[in-house]
Design a protein around this ligand. Structure first.
Ligand SMILES: *Cc1c(COP(=O)(O)O)cnc(C)c1O
Length: 551
């Protein structure tokens, strides 16, 4: 048992399919980590805090014109997983008191914060939609959500009477945790050391908090790093009693949530080795930031490893692995038929592409070399299934989904789009597809955990050398590379599209048609995935991050 008690803050988590407190990879990672900790509660003393998003992220549908629409999920599935702790804390938003109710996961050390109570009036909807959607002023809504998570979260620790040694931020959203902790510590100095000046109190408190904080950064895309003007933060009430000048010293003005997190932490990690290099480039100018170390993400085998594939793999039964995988493929084909009416073929290679719809992930790369793509469809009956969501306010992201929807009409037997990407659908895809396609523009993918889930099931990665794949890839052994991982050229998209067509035609499809070769690669892929489990990741968090925090 590790003795340092850690509070882990995250906007949400994806633990159960119908507990809708997740949107994408960031929350799924937290959910996988929670499950790892729940499997080993005696070993890992981590308590998790996030928000109870009663209306989740978004149910997205695509209408017959190809337009992406957002819908509210119905139902109260969360009721079956959570218990009321009977505890409440209060935060102040626009100068008004807002009550925050604390729920607990029945079977694990996870607390959920919730403002959805009648007495909160107009503020009851702060915790309705993950990443916003209830207010017509999204920036204010987001700040209010982060106040509930950060300031509310620290107060929840006190209300619950928990003893915590260290604090861990899952990305920059929980940065207000540090502001509340500094504020509390300053009050403590004021009471115990009356001769200290205000600035000494601030400096000492900041150092005290920093020595106890770890931060994980998840994005390489500058626009993905949120910032807000200090005036606005003061107006909404994110300062937790600190002054305008103090906020500015911590996060700059505009106040960057990542910049603040770096200055509030003494340990920081990126989620793959390549991402650490990108993060160093991006944040080198932030004075007072810790060095980044790399702790590559992992996934929870109990969630993502199909039991039949696992059983055959553990019996070292190569044909058994292949057979179990073929069964998963048949189930996936069935699911696709049920959802879309399209009948895919068991004997032809099936590619899955499942991810958030955003520019750098290049949803349409495989269509760029149109004639060559059509050649592959015609001669190899290549089949591709797409799924994923765009952020509610991301119109260009929704545009990529529309484009794929129209392409699925153009190639009705070979291209399908599935609505409603969630944990259950991800489980079917990672075990049932033959190939997991991942073609982000290097070096923008932070990690890409879905590729680990696929690898674990013998679904071969075909990927640009980005995120985790850059460190896991053995081309032609456990999967295939698209291009050689170079970046910075003006022709990157064009070159990668050509490289994708080349590798599909000359390497992936021939290997698929040579079953002994393919089966061997499936086995190598599963062996690779052993290193990319949450077990290894949480172990590294303790040894390489938490170990260096003071307590
Ligand atoms: C694993 C997973 C993700 C994250 O995968 P990426 O490779 O980072 O895109 C997102 N959504 C769901 C439902 C997942 O299961």
């Amino acid at each position: 048992m590790y003795d340092k008690k850690i509070a882990y803050f995250s906007m949400g988590s994806g633990i159960y399919n119908d507990l809708l407190t997740y949107g994408g990879g960031l929350e799924i990672l937290a959910g996988d980590m929670i499950k790892e900790v729940m499997d080993n509660q005696k070993l890992y003393p981590i308590t998790f805090f996030h928000i109870l998003w009663k209306k989740g992220y978004s149910l997205q549908r695509v209408n017959e014109r190809g337009e992406v629409t957002d819908h509210e999920p119905q139902g109260n599935a969360w009721e079956k997983y959570l218990v009321d702790t009977g505890k409440e804390v209060e935060v102040s938003i626009f100068g008004k008191p807002v009550a925050v109710k604390i729920w607990k996961l029945k079977n694990g050390p996870v607390y959920y914060l919730d403002t959805d109570m009648e007495k909160n009036g107009e503020f009851c909807n702060i915790t309705h939609f993950l990443y916003g959607g209830a207010w017509d002023q999204p920036e204010k809504e987001r700040i209010a959500q982060e106040i509930v998570l950060g300031i509310g979260g620290v107060r929840a620790i006190d209300a619950l009477g928990l003893h915590i040694d260290g604090y861990h931020y899952n990305d920059g959203h929980p940065a207000f945790v540090g502001l509340e902790l500094i504020s509390q510590r300053m009050k403590f100095y004021q009471a115990t050391e009356p001769n200290m000046t205000e600035d000494e109190r601030f400096q000492r408190a900041w150092r005290h908090v920093k020595e106890r904080t770890a931060f994980t950064t998840h994005t390489n895309v500058p626009a993905g790093n949120e910032s807000h003007s200090v005036d606005l933060l003061m107006e909404v009430g994110a300062n937790a009693g600190l002054t305008h000048a103090q906020l500015e010293r911590i996060g700059g003005n505009p106040f960057g949530m990542t910049v603040a997190s770096l200055r509030l932490a003494s340990m920081a990690n990126g989620v793959s080795r390549l991402q650490v290099m990108a993060a160093k480039d991006m944040w080198h100018w932030v004075d007072g930031a810790p060095n980044f170390i790399a702790i590559t993400n992992g996934v929870h085998p109990g969630t993502w490893w199909n039991p039949n594939i696992k059983k055959a793999f553990e019996a070292k039964d190569i044909h058994g692995v292949y057979g179990a995988h073929e069964e998963c493929k048949a189930e996936l084909i069935n699911e696709i038929k049920m959802r879309t009416g399209v009948q895919l073929r068991q004997g032809s290679m099936l590619i899955a592409f499942a991810r958030r719809a955003t520019e750098y992930k290049r949803w349409n790369l495989i269509f760029r070399e149109k004639a060559r793509f059509e050649y592959l469809i015609k001669n190899y009956d290549l089949q591709i299934v797409f799924t994923g969501k765009a952020h509610r306010h991301d119109t260009s992201g929704k545009g990529y989904i529309s484009e794929i929807y129209h392409l699925s009409k153009q190639y009705p037997n070979n291209v399908v789009f599935l609505e409603g990407y969630n944990i259950e659908l991800a489980q079917k895809l990672v075990a049932g597809a033959d190939v997991w396609l991942n073609n982000p523009r290097v070096p923008l993918e932070a990690c890409g955990t879905s590729g680990m889930k696929a690898a674990m099931n013998g679904t071969l990665n075909v990927s640009t050398l980005d995120g985790w794949w850059r460190e896991a890839a053995y081309h032609g052994v456990n999967g295939f590379n698209i291009g050689n991982g170079e970046f910075g050229s003006n022709f990157q998209d064009e070159n990668d599209a050509k490289a994708l067509m080349h590798v599909l035609k000359y390497e992936v499809l021939p290997a698929y048609e040579n079953k002994p070769v393919w089966m061997g690669m499936m086995f190598a892929s599963i062996m690779t995935a052993k290193q990319y489990s949450t077990g290894r990741m949480v172990e590294e968090y303790f040894v390489n991050l938490y170990n260096y925090l003071k307590s």
